[in-house]
Design a protein around this ligand. Structure first.
Ligand SMILES: Nc1ncnc2c1ncn2[C@@H]1O[C@H](COP(=O)(O)OP(=O)(O)OP(=O)(O)O)[C@@H](O)[C@H]1O
Length: 576
């Protein structure tokens, strides 16, 4: 509601403001200010006043409906011509006057008015008097087919045999037309009755149609009101609609890979959602299994498998201590997942989609933790070392904890934090260790506290973790940015790793053998398959200089650019 004293504001008419100016100038003239007299004469001149009147007159017409009738157009013309008479006869004004009198301009105005006066509303025939009370209202819908699919699916009712629109795909032709709705009952397609036809036969008619398609249909009585908000999720698994026998319409399915961000636009159906990829928001949506459906499928799959404790490369990987803060993972001693895996591979099954939001770190916020993962020997340590060396005031790794005895030249908190076995185990049980391992009877590990210490100093903490540590690091406090260091092809590595040295359980400074390279490639594939959904960035470590430069830019990108992060990191301050 407007308050009574409230005024509408609009542009000031030019003549009014000119009067005020004249008044002010006459006062100034009396004070004999230089040049003011000339300006006063100018503003009083008849031709300028006439021009200002023309301007104001045109402004009045501008604000009116753009459909002048004959009288209005001619009135405007006449008014302008009269005003021009009043003006001094300068060259431009003469020309304008000539133009307005020209027969072609008059004809144009007249044609314009003829069109403007015409009524283009269609006149519908009167309704017949004898319409039965129970007659179902029919709707005729015409859609012009282009190269795109229609963007709607149909189904046949099992009992009545009615063919109905099953769903309208968001952004598709039918959706954009706003004329077809889920539940509409088809009566005819292009004049052919669909009574008794199978959905495939109807689809066939549609496929053979060219140009305009005409539907005769009975509109659905209760059109569903969509009040859903758009949701963004990260896919935690791959999906191939063409390989899914359960999908209602494979052609309408949206294939996606784990890690891709999807925009969910429709969750009306409990089993099949509609989604787009954020990388292609211009495309029309496709069908994807709902969260509920995927969980159900996972459970069914899980129960259908014979019991077989699967192996997962958890902390059971023997960690061999070889230097300050450095371990070399051995492939021996794998542990069964159900026994040791804290992140539980099974819990990954429990969340087929992870809700995400766009996050932009504020300059005053703590830096995001940078986590490097990759197969043993790929160069994770080398890249981390080079990054920190490039600017130690900006980058730092976390000081690890150990239960071994402090050596005489070491300082607590510099090489390691030296703690008792009991303290270390307490840290493990209270999930304060991002990862840990045992070497020669002593425990070694990287703690959340050590990472926090670096972040609190305003630095960027860079750690390398085994991939199973990702889940523990993924907290709203650390907001880790995960970078996967991927090996290049074996043929490339044969060249680049000629002089490189690998560290194994038993040997330090061994040359890379062919099987080491092969194992690196296999291990990288497994990591991508199992943990690829968590990778924010992948860097192929082929040329060391190039990979280092890419890492530097990725780390800055992580801190300065907006990224998709789990919604719980942002929405809940208490969630960790
Ligand atoms: N792009 C590269 N070109 C040539 N040599 C490389 C490259 N990347 C790493 N190296 C070398 O490969 C060897 C192994 O690298 P690094 O120790 O960083 O591996 P890692 O991924 O940390 O594995 P681990 O955890 O087993 O130590 C080192 O000698 C390193 O200098």
């Amino acid at each position: 509601m407007e308050s009574p004293g409230m005024k509408e504001k609009t542009e000031m008419p030019a003549v009014c403001s000119q009067d005020n100016v004249l008044q002010e100038l006459s006062l100034l003239c009396k004070r004999d200010v230089n040049g003011v007299g000339v300006l006063y004469d100018l503003l009083r001149s008849r031709w300028l006043q006439a021009l200002l009147k023309i301007y104001e007159c045109l402004q009045n017409y501008l604000g009116k409906r753009p459909v002048p009738v004959t009288l209005q157009a001619h009135a405007l013309n006449r008014e302008v011509v009269e005003l021009l008479h009043e003006a001094s006869a300068t060259g431009e004004i003469k020309e304008l006057r000539r133009l307005l009198r020209a027969p072609h301009l008059r004809a144009l105005l007249s044609a314009h008015d003829t069109v403007a006066q015409k009524d283009f509303e269609p006149t519908l025939p009167p309704l017949p008097d004898n319409i039965p009370e129970n007659e179902e209202a029919m709707r005729i819908v015409c859609l012009v087919k282009n190269n795109q699919p229609l963007g709607a699916t149909i189904k046949r009712h099992e009992i009545t045999g009615d063919i109905t629109v099953a769903r309208v795909i968001h952004g598709g032709l039918a959706d954009r037309s706003g004329l077809l709705y889920a539940g509409d009952k088809l009566v005819e397609v292009n004049g052919v009755s669909v009574d008794g036809l199978e959905p495939e036969q109807v689809i066939n008619i549609l496929a053979l149609s060219q140009g305009t398609i005409m539907f005769k249909l009975i509109p659905v009585s209760d059109r569903p009101v969509s009040n859903q908000t758009t949701l963004y999720v990260r896919a935690m698994a791959d999906y191939w609609p063409l390989q899914d026998p359960a999908i209602p319409c494979a052609d309408a399915g949206l294939p996606f890979k784990k890690g891709e961000i999807l925009q969910i636009v429709d969750q009306n159906d409990a089993l099949w959602w509609q989604a787009r990829k954020v990388s292609d928001l211009g495309a029309c949506a496709g069908l994807i299994p709902s969260n509920h459906l995927l969980k159900r499928k996972q459970r069914e799959f899980w129960w259908s498998q014979p019991f077989q404790p699967h192996l997962c490369k958890y902390l059971g990987w023997k960690q061999e201590f070889i230097g300050i803060g450095t371990w070399s993972a051995s492939r021996a001693n794998q542990q069964t997942c159900y026994a040791r895996c804290p992140s539980s591979c099974c819990s990954t099954f429990a969340a087929p989609y992870e809700e995400v939001v766009r996050y932009q770190r504020h300059p005053g916020d703590r830096n995001r933790l940078i986590v490097l993962v990759g197969p043993a020997g790929v160069g994770v340590n080398e890249l981390r070392r080079r990054l920190i060396a490039s600017n130690p005031r900006e980058f730092q790794s976390a000081v690890p904890h150990t239960t071994r005895v402090q050596k005489s030249y070491e300082m607590n908190g510099r090489e390691y934090h030296y703690v008792s076995k009991e303290t270390f185990e307490n840290m493990v049980y209270s999930h304060r260790m991002l990862e840990y391992g045992e070497y020669k009877g002593y425990l070694y590990g990287t703690s959340v506290d050590a990472v926090r210490t670096v972040l609190d100093e305003g630095k960027i903490c860079v750690v390398d973790l085994e991939p199973h540590g990702i889940q523990i690091a993924r907290t709203h406090e650390l907001k880790p940015y995960i970078i996967f260091i991927k090996p290049s092809s074996i043929s490339c590595m044969r060249q680049t790793r000629k002089n490189a040295r690998i560290i194994t359980d038993y040997y330090v400074n061994m040359k890379f053998k062919e099987e080491d390279l092969q194992e690196m490639e296999d291990s990288a594939k497994k990591m991508e398959a199992q943990f690829g959904q968590f990778f924010d960035q992948v860097i192929v470590n082929d040329n060391l200089q190039e990979a280092s430069a890419q890492l530097l830019s990725a780390v800055h990108h992580a801190q300065d650019e907006p990224q998709w992060v789990p919604a719980v990191w942002i929405c809940s301050d208490t969630q960790t």
